[in-house]
Design a binder for this molecule. Structure first.
Ligand code: PLP
Length: 491
C-alpha cells in the first residue's frame, strides 16, 4: 500500500515515510492509494478484543510494517494505561450506544491514536534509518496537545512542541498541558484561536528554508495532528470494533447497518468512520455534529464551504474550528482521487475563504447527514440524559447526542446508532456541573470535585491531582512568533 498527496503530487511514499513526514511537500495530506477491505467476514468480528481488531486494521493499511512491528506498537499502546480493561467500552444509554473513547491517560479520544503514534513513529524511524531527531509540531484545540505530550514525553530522538489558543481551552485542559513533565516537552499558549495555531504550524511545515536550517541542526519536523496518517488509521479500528461489540450484544446481525454520530472539529474522527465504512463495515448514515461553529453543517447541506463567518468560543472547545483539515481527504476520495480538483478547492479556500464542490463530490456527500447544537441545547441535553438515565456526557458528546435526536426526529430512522463519546465529563467540569444543576464555583477544580460528589463517576487518574502539580510551561506568544519559539525550544 502506497500513500500519496491529496493535491495530486505523484511522489509516492510508504506508510513509514508518510508517518515520519506528516504532511506532503505540495501541502496536501497523505492518503492511501486505495482503502483496503476488512481482512475477514463480518461475523468473524464476534468476540474479537480491541487489540485483535486494531491489528487487523493497522496491518491492512500499513503493509510495510511487519506483523511483529505492529504487534509491538499495539501492545505498547493499548495496555494498562487505559482505565477500562476492554479499552473502549460500548455503553447503551438513552436511544444510542456510546463508544467511550476517553479511558486513556488524558481522558479524551485523542489517546486512542496518540498512545500508538510514538510507537509507529519510532518503528518508522528504525525502518527508514532516519538519523535526524524528529520534532513533533502540534496545534491543539485542547485535547490533542496533552495526548501528544503524554505520548511523546521522553521518547528518545524526539522533541514535542505544542501550541494552544490562550483563551480557547478549558481550565482542566490548560492545566494538563502546562504541568507536563518530560525533558523533550515544550508548550506555548498563543494569542489567537485554534485556526491561528493550526495555520501557524502548517506554515512552519511549508517553510523550506526553515526546514533546511533545522536539517543542519540534525532535526526534522513532523506532525501529531490528524493530518498525520499515523493518527488517522488507528482511529478506524474503534469503529470496526464497535460493530463487533454490537454483534456480540446481538443488537445487530452481520450485514445490518448502523449509524455513527461524531462530534466533529478537524474532521479526523468522522473520516476514520468513513474509512471503516469503505473497508466494509455496513454504515447507514455518518452523522456529522457541530457546535455553533457549524461550517461543516452548512457545507454538507449546501455544498459550499464558507469560512467568512463569526468564530465562536463555546463550551465544546475541541470543536471550535472553521478550517477542518481532514475534510480535504474526504473530498479527494469522493472526487475519484482528483488531486488537481482538490488543489483548486484548497487554493480557493486560501484566497477567497470559500469553495463550492462539483456534482461528483456533492453526490458522495449523500452518505452524510449534518446538524449542530448550540451551547444552551448542549447543556440541556447533558442535564436531561443525566436525570433520565443517570448517564454523564461531556459537552462534545452531548453535541453529538443532540444532533442525533434532531436526525431521528427529521428522518424517523430507527437504525441502531453509535455515538462517538470523545471526552470524560471531568475535562469540562464547569459546563457539565452547571448542566446537571449543581451550583457553580469560580474554580474549575472545585466543580470537578462537586461533580464527583454528586455523580460518583470515577475521576480519571490523570485529572485527580492536577491542581497540585507544578506548572512547568508558562510561555504566551503572538502567533507571528511561533517559528522563533520552535528555534528557541530546539536550542
Ligand atoms: C478533537 C476532539 C473532537 C473533534 O475531533 P476531530 O477529529 O478533530 O473532528 C471532538 N471532541 C473532543 C473531546 C475532541 O478532543
Amino acid at each position: 500500500m502506497r500513500y500519496r498527496s491529496t493535491r495530486g503530487n505523484n511522489d509516492f511514499k510508504s506508510a513509514a515515510q508518510a508517518v515520519i513526514q506528516g504532511i506532503a511537500k505540495d501541502k496536501g495530506l497523505f492518503v492511501p492509494e486505495n482503502i483496503p477491505s476488512l481482512p475477514f467476514a463480518l461475523d468473524e468480528l464476534k468476540g474479537k478484543n480491541y487489540q485483535e481488531v486494531a491489528f487487523a486494521v493497522l496491518k491492512s493499511f500499513f503493509t510495510d510494517y511487519s506483523e511483529e512491528e505492529i504487534h509491538c506498537c499495539i501492545n505498547g499502546a493499548y495496555d494498562k494505561k487505559f482505565e477500562a480493561s476492554d479499552i473502549v467500552p460500548v455503553v447503551k444509554a438513552g436511544h444510542a450506544y456510546f463508544l467511550e473513547l476517553y479511558h486513556g491517560k488524558t481522558a479524551a479520544f485523542k489517546d486512542m491514536a496518540l498512545s500508538i503514534l510514538p510507537y509507529l513513529m519510532t518503528a518508522a524511524m528504525n525502518k527508514e534509518k532516519e538519523d535526524k531527531k524528529i520534532v513533533i509540531l502540534t496545534a491543539t484545540s485542547g485535547d490533542t496537545g496533552k495526548a501528544a505530550l503524554e505520548g511523546f514525553a521522553d521518547v528518545p530522538n524526539t522533541e514535542i512542541i505544542v501550541f494552544y489558543p490562550n483563551e480557547g481551552v478549558s481550565q482542566v485542559q490548560e492545566r494538563q498541558m502546562t504541568t507536563q513533565e518530560g525533558k523533550n516537552t515544550h508548550v506555548f499558549a498563543i494569542h489567537g484561536n485554534f485556526d491561528d495555531a493550526q495555520t501557524g504550524v502548517k506554515s512552519i511545515f511549508n517553510d523550506s528554508e526553515f526546514s533546511d536550517e533545522l536539517a543542519k541542526q540534525g532535526c526534522k519536523l513532523s506532525s501529531a495532528n490528524s493530518i498525520n496518517i499515523g493518527r488517522l488509521v488507528p482511529q478506524v479500528a474503534y469503529y470496526v470494533y464497535a460493530y463487533g461489540k454490537l454483534l456480540d450484544k446481538e443488537e445487530i446481525q452481520p450485514g445490518d447497518k448502523i449509524n455513527i454520530v461524531v462530534p466533529t472539529g478537524n474532521f479526523g474522527n468522522i473520516l476514520a468512520a468513513y474509512y471503516a465504512r469503505q473497508m466494509g463495515i455496513p454504515v447507514g448514515k455518518l452523522i456529522c455534529a457541530s457546535n455553533e461553529n457549524k461550517v461543516l453543517t452548512d457545507f454538507i447541506n449546501t455544498r459550499i464551504y464558507d469560512i467568512k463567518r463569526k468564530f465562536y468560543l463555546t463550551n465544546s472547545p475541541s470543536m471550535d474550528i472553521l478550517i477542518s483539515s481532514n475534510l480535504e481527504r474526504l473530498l479527494y476520495h469522493l472526487s475519484g482521487n482528483n488531486g488537481e480538483e482538490i488543489s483548486e478547492l484548497m487554493d480557493s479556500l486560501d484566497k477567497n475563504k470559500e469553495y463550492k464542490v462539483r456534482d461528483r463530490i456533492k453526490n458522495g456527500l449523500e452518505g452524510f447527514w449534518a446538524g449542530f447544537s448550540n451551547m444552551e441545547e448542549t447543556n440541556s441535553t447533558i442535564g436531561k440524559m443525566y436525570s433520565e438515565n443517570g448517564y454523564l456526557m461531556d459537552t462534545h458528546t452531548a453535541v453529538a447526542y443532540k444532533v442525533y435526536e434532531d436526525y431521528k426526529e427529521s428522518t424517523n430512522d430507527e437504525t441502531v446508532t453509535v455515538i462517538a463519546s470523545t471526552a470524560s465529563a471531568y475535562k469540562f467540569a464547569d459546563s457539565v456541573a452547571a448542566s446537571i444543576g449543581l451550583p457553580l464555583a469560580e474554580d474549575g477544580f472545585a466543580n470537578l470535585r462537586a461533580l464527583h460528589q454528586e455523580t460518583g463517576v470515577k475521576i480519571p487518574t490523570g485529572l485527580k491531582n492536577l491542581e497540585d502539580k507544578e506548572i512547568r510551561h508558562k510561555g504566551v506568544l503572538d502567533k507571528d512568533d511561533m517559528k522563533a519559539a520552535v528555534r528557541q525550544a530546539l536550542k
